[in-house]
Write a protein that binds this ligand. Sequence first.
Ligand code: ADP
Length: 628
Amino acid sequence: MHFWLVTLPWRSLYSRTVTAALVVALLLATMYQSQAAAPEPKRVLILHSVGREFRPWNAYAKDIRAELDRQSRWPIDVQEHSLVAARSGDPRAEELFLEYIQELYAGTPPDLIVSVGAPSAGFFQRHRRDLFPTAPILFTVLEQRRVQYQSLTGNDAVVAVRHDFRVLFDSFLNISPDTKVVAVINGNSPNEKYWQKEMRRELQPLDGRIEIRWYDDLSYDEVLKKTASLPPHSAIFWYQMIVDAAGVAHEGDRALTRLYASANAPIFTHDDAFFGQEIVGGPMHSALGGSRRAMEVAMRILGGEKPGDIKTPPSDFAPAKYDWRELQRWKISESRLPPGSQILFREPTVWRRYSWQISLITAVMLLQAGFITALLHQRRRRQLAEVQARQRMAELAHVNRFSTAGVLTASLAHEINQPLGSILTNAETAQGILKSPSPDIVELNEIVDDIVRDDRRASEVIRRMKSLLTKTPFELKSLDLNDVARETVEFLSTLAVARKTELTSLITPNSLPILGDAIQLQQVILNLVVNGIDAMKDMPAENRAISVRTSRVGEFAELSVSDRGPGIPENKLKEIFEPFFTSKADGMGMGLSIARTIIEAHSGEIAAKNRDHGGASFKIRLPLTQIV
Ligand code: ADP
């Protein structure tokens, strides 16, 4: 290698040296850069009181970890320990724990110690001189009374809260003024014993107003028995339950959950770490607020500020908040809550829960109601239109009857004249007989009988004419179609004779009970027969023949009018029923249209067809009322 270097030309050697220098410089720059981009992690030691899972401290610890991550500009290396010795307050256990921590961090004290809870704070303050005296400590999640302010060093900072038990009790008594008894739930560990004393002292002024029950010397099971049968108008104040009088430690939520399941009174407390299921609510310390404040101070310390210079006054209870479900359960009116209170866990109303379903159903119902209204409106209009149509039909039919009557007049005049003529002849004959000396009484009797018969005939003709021309409202009555057919044919016989047309009727022996208006149906038959007579007027008299037949076909009564005339052009078979369709010079074109309207008003049908051997045939079908 050496030899190889020596034999290298000078220029080449120079360029290699420069390249190596550049590479080294580049490496150094990169190292420097990577150092700037990734600052040293900050080592944080968290010391929990008693254990990691004791409430309320565990709720705070969770928020502290989250806030550390959220607020930190540096990578955080967290190590956590629990001061198990605090359960019993055994000094030997504390001594051993102290040695353990000292050994663990010997030579490399943490960048920051976060002390969670009063027992942990007590431990550090007792051993401050032996425990990393230069490392900063942040005392938090504790009440200011638990801090020995006079022994704080320049490396200590405090973020504490301030309890005021009177505020808590007064606040509860305000929303539930009938309360007579308050049972206090608190454990028996050294820290809890401290608070027992403090509470008794602070709540003394309430003596006489309410009875406060203390269960210091009871196991938790006994406490639960007591709280299951409290007298009416009682409440429970939950402080905490770390270790009970029997020495049993209660981790996590279990103690409170069990109390809630068996107690017969509402529960209130001082810290929202307990709030969310079992607690009615009120003013409480905020776990999140406290943790956030503490970690803001932690960041300042990690940033280089001297802990002793950071002074944070203890915080009071946060504004009251309540659990809506518990307010309902204990019938506490919202109107009693202090102004500005927050109500949580409100059950959504039916409307909120099913808003879109309700909207949909309402919309559908409204739509339906709209449809129904529209349909009813339409129905009413149709009914009105039907009534109007019937009135118009009756009026038109009446007009049409006049025109038919006009056709009939000549023959009817003849029909009346004839009996009148024979009455006159008979009367004159009777006069002659009466003039004879011995009048033939028998003959006179016969003559008078003839006169009466002729008179009746004439009256009958006038009656029929009158009934045809009387304007009567359309009215359906039970009748036999055969009777209507018979009477109409009789009515028309004179006309048929006068028009030299043979009019025959073939009436079925079966009765044809229908619901109908006799005058209107008579008019239909009249129209059909007169049309038939008209159609055959140019034919030789011997060929003119019309037949009216009735029959029963299934559930229907049928009546047909057939002639031997020229028939109806095939393409006009439907059109002839339209108003104003006429092939006659003096025709109105209303007869068949009125006939169809009348038949349809009877729920029937009318149709025309041409007969096989010439002539037209009209058929009416009406529903029978009795079906045999
Ligand atoms: P109008 O008798 O005033 O013409 P209708 O409505 O009674 O009115 O008759 C309409 C038309 O139907 C008649 O003009 C005629 O052309 C035709 N019609 C009716 N009945 C017969 C029939 N029996 N034979 C041939 N055509 C007929």
